[in-house]
Design a protein around this ligand. Sequence first.
Ligand code: NAP
Length: 278
Amino acid sequence: MGVSLNGKAVAENLRNEIRKSIEVKKANGEKVPCMANILVGNDGGSLHYVNNQNKVCADLGIEVKSIYLDEKITEEEITKVICDLNNDNNINGIILQLPLPKHLDEAKITSLISFEKDIDGLNTVSVGKLYKGEKCFIPCTPRGIIELIKSTGEKIEGKHAVVIGRSNIVGKPVAQLLLNENATVTICHSRTDNLKEICSKADILVAAIGKPGFVTEEFVKENAIVIDVGTTAVNGKLAGDVCFDRVIEKASFVTPVPGGVGAMTTTMLLKNLCEGIE
Ligand code: NAP
């Protein structure tokens, strides 16, 4: 029987470290990091995320400037808001909540954020730098996944890691980060032949699919570390991609949903903000 890998506890430890580093900065009279979070329109999920970020920032002593924009804002207007924040020396990191209203081009607008302030690590320059091994902000969910794997105390180097999913926000960056940690990485997707067989050879299995309960014990090697990124609303509750109760019988560690990967996201964002990239 494996262990449930508690993202809340790992996140809490990281937050304590951040809190201490802020206290030291304050005691030394140094500037405290300041994040700008931008919300366009009234998306309920995004509003919840902004409120949560603001609560955690207040708890850790981090400054935050929330910018609420009308959902009818033009591309020209939002471009000006982002450029002003890029040029504002008081702002260390910018996060633009997605999704944006349909008339705005998400890829274009997110790439307006200067990479030095792109604490979400998702704009084109940040992604390019990540793949070239240059300094940049690491996207929050993939970074949280690596932190969770490291929290087990198991080595990543030399292990066979299989990632199911090849999205730009989870699958591809987490595969790149595992490669940077010297794992041997296989990326699987909806066209992969023999998926179950490939997964069952993984020492580390990351499921980022969005299909509740897709990964059963037959996909899992004895004593593997299994990271469940999936979050799908089912009957008002969040469901992961992994059949937790069955998989934990075979794996060494499994992340629960909720309370696993998702519990790390805001903390990783603020860790990015506080560390900077210089
Ligand atoms: P996505 O863009 O929809 O990508 C899903 C990936 O799964 C695609 O690459 C797809 O393959 C693959 N896939 C779909 N069906 C498959 C199948 N039957 N066999 C193998 N691969 C299959 O989703 P995403 O944005 O990466 O998110 C994935 C999940 O993670 C979602 O549930 C999302 O809500 C969740 N998520 C959670 C967090 C968090 O903080 N916990 C953060 C981000 C995302 P193709 O490329 O071939 O279509």
